[in-house]
Design a protein around this ligand. Structure first.
Ligand SMILES: Nc1ncnc2c1ncn2[C@@H]1O[C@H](COP(=O)(O)OP(=O)(O)OP(=O)(O)O)[C@@H](O)[C@H]1O
Length: 612
């Protein structure tokens, strides 16, 4: 992380963004120098114009005209160079700041646990990473110096105007309280409106993303008109929120414009009167009027700048919420040292040899575990789960849909913590293991397969941390994938996923299994991994998995008894509770629920073809 998210947690948005800007301090200083030079030069222009009127036109010193014109051209050129310089510095500074901010956002996302993603819509996350971040870039690299520009021009011009004709300047100063009042009102009302716009945009993005992901379902059910209507509602809401903001601007902008007209009116009437009474030269009035034009810009621009500031504030709130979100699953302090110590003590107590303390052996124990999801804490999903699987053996889990099988295995990789009881890996509480060490050695082949838009080879080698073609092929063979990959036009170099060729459900499952095998986990969990694979291929995969017996603990969740019957221990789950346990033979002899399922599956597909 570039900036510790706990830092400046309660400070203003401006203070919060500062640490992201700090590495560009040199660039900011250079930009400020050029900016100051530009402001000095801009102040010279009206003075030169006044000199032309007084000295060349009024007093007839025509010989001074070329010099004064040359000075004006030099000032204009100087200003262009300064402006180009500081704008480029500020743009680079803005891009760098956003680079650091987005990197932190991305890293934070990887720290977040399942509970966060269960609650947060993808579109919302995407909005924070793109449009909200861009609103901050716009503020940092453009709005910031335009505010400074407006303040400097306003204050500087007013100061010079005081030296030209203090009575006229004082009269103009009387308008400023109105100016501050209207900008404050605009800002106060714009704040919630911009926040609503950001939320509405996030909803719109979520809706679009969901539709792109689910486009096949939408087409299959011919629900395009319904989805379009839904989109229109979100789109209308986004438009309405923007219109609210526009209405707010429309309410106060005319007043700000009115202030600007008041300034001109005062200058014309009072300035004209002073010139007529010869208390002010015409040249001085021309200079004064030029400075008035410089004040006019900031006054009219203030409304737009306030809107940009509020957009920045609303975006900051959303991004800060992400950066300060606390994952529920956190690693204990000094977890690595704790685990090494625990492994050493355990080895001494059991009279074992001290092996590699950071290599999990694969012993799993659930000690009276009950679990409820944090978003539904009143409903226990797992109830008093108590079992032990020795390292290197096989566990099979069977149960109706929704009985809690996937939830149970997600506790092994510590995607959630048990609400009651303990999950012990190699006799050490899962909460004590360093998270990356645990997850590197516990691999879950999830039910809903996900492949990256990359080559098949790279997808399989994703977690393997090795660039070994032969190894990838071996793992693909073990997962029963090698033959279909070889039939593809570009073999292992075929790009799959979003940009690549489509794959069948069974092919995807086999690639996910190959990816998990390539990771060489100590605990391999297969959650309905072969449900879409034909019986023959499944039998081949089972054979290969059997060859690995003893080298790792294997947990298989399945609805087909053929997938789990060779397990050393089979658990039958019902509504989150273990209702039967034992080996295949034990459970068949028990004539209970397992036996009934077994009979049913035998009846449906008898003999060899069913894999029994
Ligand atoms: N994030 C969540 N928040 C609240 N409840 C959840 C959440 N995820 C799952 N559940 C609920 O937990 C229960 C168990 O779900 P789980 O996915 O573990 O079942 P399963 O046995 O694996 O089902 P299947 O065989 O269909 O995959 C279900 O009733 C489900 O609705």
């Amino acid at each position: 992380m570039y900036v510790d998210s706990a830092k400046n947690q309660h400070s203003s948005n401006l203070r919060w963004i500062l640490p992201y800007c700090r590495p560009d301090a040199g660039r900011i200083a250079a930009a400020l120098l050029l900016f100051a030079a530009d402001k000095v030069l801009v102040m010279l222009m009206p003075i030169l114009a006044g000199m032309i009127v007084d000295q060349v036109i009024g007093q007839g010193h025509e010989d001074r005209l070329p010099r004064l014109c040359f000075a004006m051209i030099a000032v204009t050129l100087g200003r262009s160079v300064c402006r180009y310089g500081y704008q480029m510095f500020m743009e680079r500074f803005g891009q760098n700041t956003i680079y650091r901010l987005v990197s932190d956002e991305y890293e934070k996302l990887h720290d977040m646990d399942f509970t966060y993603f269960n609650h947060t819509r993808n579109g919302d996350i995407m909005s924070r990473m793109t449009s909200d971040t861009d609103a901050i870039r716009h503020f940092v690299s453009w709005v910031s110096y335009n505010i400074l520009d407006a303040v400097c021009l306003f204050a500087g011009s007013l100061a010079v105007m005081f030296t030209i004709e203090w009575r006229l300047a004082l009269a103009l100063l009387a308008v400023t309280p109105f100016l501050f009042y209207f900008t404050w009102q605009l800002s106060k009302h714009a704040h919630p409106l911009f926040y609503a716009i950001r939320n509405s945009l996030a909803s719109l993005n979520s809706m679009v993303e969901e539709n792109i992901e689910g486009n096949r379902v939408v087409k299959a059910f011919v629900r395009e008109p319904y989805e379009t209507e839904k989109f229109d509602r979100h789109n209308d809401d986004y438009m309405e929120r923007n219109m609210d903001s526009a209405r707010n601007s429309r309410t106060y902008m005319p007043w700000l414009d009115g202030c600007s007209y008041m300034l001109q009116l005062i200058t014309l009437i009072l300035g004209g009167w002073l010139v007529i009474r010869q208390q002010m030269t015409l040249g001085a009035l021309v200079s004064f009027n030029s400075f008035l034009w410089m004040i006019d810009g900031p006054v009219r621009q203030s409304g737009w700048l306030i809107n940009d500031v509020e957009r920045f504030n609303a975006s900051c709130v959303k991004i800060r919420r992400l950066l300060t979100a606390e994952p529920r699953i956190v690693e204990r302090k000094n977890a690595q040292a704790g685990v090494v110590q625990a492994a050493t003590v355990r080895a001494k107590v059991n009279g074992e040899q001290t092996g590699d303390p950071v290599r999990i052996r694969g012993d799993i124990r659930f000690d009276h575990v009950s679990f409820a999801f944090p978003d539904d804490p009143e409903t226990p999903i797992l109830k008093d789960i108590d079992f032990h699987v020795a390292a290197g053996t096989r566990l099979g889990i069977l149960g109706e849909t929704g009985s809690g099988k996937s939830t149970l295995v997600s506790l092994v990789a510590r995607f959630y913590d048990p609400t009651v009881g303990h999950v012990l890996i190699d006799g050490i509480d899962a909460r004590q293991w360093p998270l990356d060490l645990l997850r590197r050695q516990v691999n879950i082949v999830a039910q809903d397969t996900f492949l990256f838009s990359d080559t098949i080879g790279d997808n399989i080698a994703f977690g393997a941390h090795r660039d070994d073609e032969q190894y990838v092929r071996t793992m693909a063979s073990m997962a029963g994938a090698d033959s279909f990959i070889n039939r593809m036009p570009e073999g292992y170099d075929t790009v799959v996923g979003e940009r690549g060729v489509g794959l069948s459900g069974g092919q995807k499952q086999r690639l996910s299994l190959a990816r998990a095998l390539a990771d060489d986990p100590a605990i391999l969990i297969m959650d309905d991994t072969t449900s879409a694979v034909d019986m023959e291929t499944e039998a081949t995969i089972q054979r290969h998995l059997q060859e690995m017996e003893g080298t790792r603990t294997m947990v298989t969740i399945a609805h087909r008894i053929s997938s789990i019957k060779d397990s050393d221990l089979i658990l039958v789950l019902d509504h989150g509770r273990i209702v039967e346990r034992g080996s295949h033979e034990d459970l068949v002899h028990a004539h209970g629920r397992y036996y009934r399922i077994y009979r049913k599956q035998l009846g449906l597909q008898s003999g060899q073809s069913a894999g029994f």
